[in-house]
Design a protein around this ligand. Structure first.
Ligand code: SF4
Ligand code: SF4
Length: 247
């Protein structure tokens, strides 16, 4: 017991002060992509051809963050002259078309639905549905319960039963086998309810795009309120999205 108390004393208070204070991420982190205006058209085309996700439109000079898996190939190939990834992790959006960007992303707070803030601002209970995810998106949601992020201090929790939930958080490419389970879980959540799509797989099919075994976009099945891009999205991206949209 004394050892436990001594350890707690030595470790001190570890919970992040974000969002009250800014937080710096490790420099290798790839956040919001920024297209460089001055880069030649040939470089844009070379990046588009190299992109494994077909996420770059070289004519319009935009990246679809819903498809992007943030592999960094385009930045490496252009040596940052066509696209450079910023440290900005606040990249969730409320409309799917906002995922297609040249670097500018609409302010999520301005698109938050006020009735959700009224309903869920003090208490938001979520059921996570892993619809064939690889477990990375799930792990980076799970980590929000640890002392560093301490999601519960904001009144947001993950619950076991959809009947106790205010909404669902979906990860994975929604395989054929998981589709019924997902729709039944959604149906079991009482109205009014929210739907949050997390990760490239759920937004567009991610690395599994083109497979007949998956669903290319949760929004083709359910009304999605919040789109959180990444592969997987950083826990801070998830935290920022939840706090901005519901608090
Ligand atoms: S970082 Fe995104 S846009 Fe760039 S090559 Fe990878 S998947 Fe394509
Ligand atoms: S988006 Fe990426 S990390 Fe998330 S489940 Fe799909 S493959 Fe895994």
């Amino acid at each position: 017991m004394l050892n436990t108390l001594r350890n707690r004393f030595e470790q001190g208070y570890r919970t992040t002060k974000y969002p009250k204070e800014k937080i710096e991420l490790w420099k290798r982190y790839r956040g919001r992509p920024q297209i460089q205006d001055a880069s030649p058209a040939g470089m844009a085309r070379a990046c588009a051809e190299a992109c494994p996700q077909d996420a770059i439109d070289s004519e319009k000079r935009v990246i679809d963050m819903g498809r992007c898996v943030f592999c960094g190939e385009c930045e490496d190939r252009s040596q940052g002259t066509f696209v450079a990834f910023t440290q900005d992790f606040e990249i969730a959006v409320s409309e799917k078309e906002h995922l297609i960007t040249d670097g500018a992303i609409p302010d999520l707070a301005a698109h938050a639905r006020q009735h959700f803030k009224k309903l869920f601002g003090r208490s938001l209970q979520l059921r996570q549905v892993s619809a064939a995810g690889c477990n990375a998106c799930e792990a980076d949601l799970n980590v929000l319960a640890t002392p560093f992020f301490d999601l519960a201090r904001f009144g947001i929790n993950f619950v076991a039963s959809p009947r106790h939930a205010d909404g669902i958080v979906v990860t994975g490419p929604i395989s054929r086998n998981m589709k019924t389970a997902l729709l039944e879980t959604y149906a079991a959540v009482p109205d009014p309810k929210v739907v949050i799509a997390v990760g490239s797989c759920t937004l567009t099919g991610g690395p599994f795009r083109g497979s007949p075994e998956i669903t290319e976009g949760l929004d083709s099945l359910l009304p999605v309120d919040l789109f959180i891009p990444g592969c997987p999205p950083h826990p801070l991206t998830n935290l920022h999205a939840l706090l901005t949209f519901f608090k």
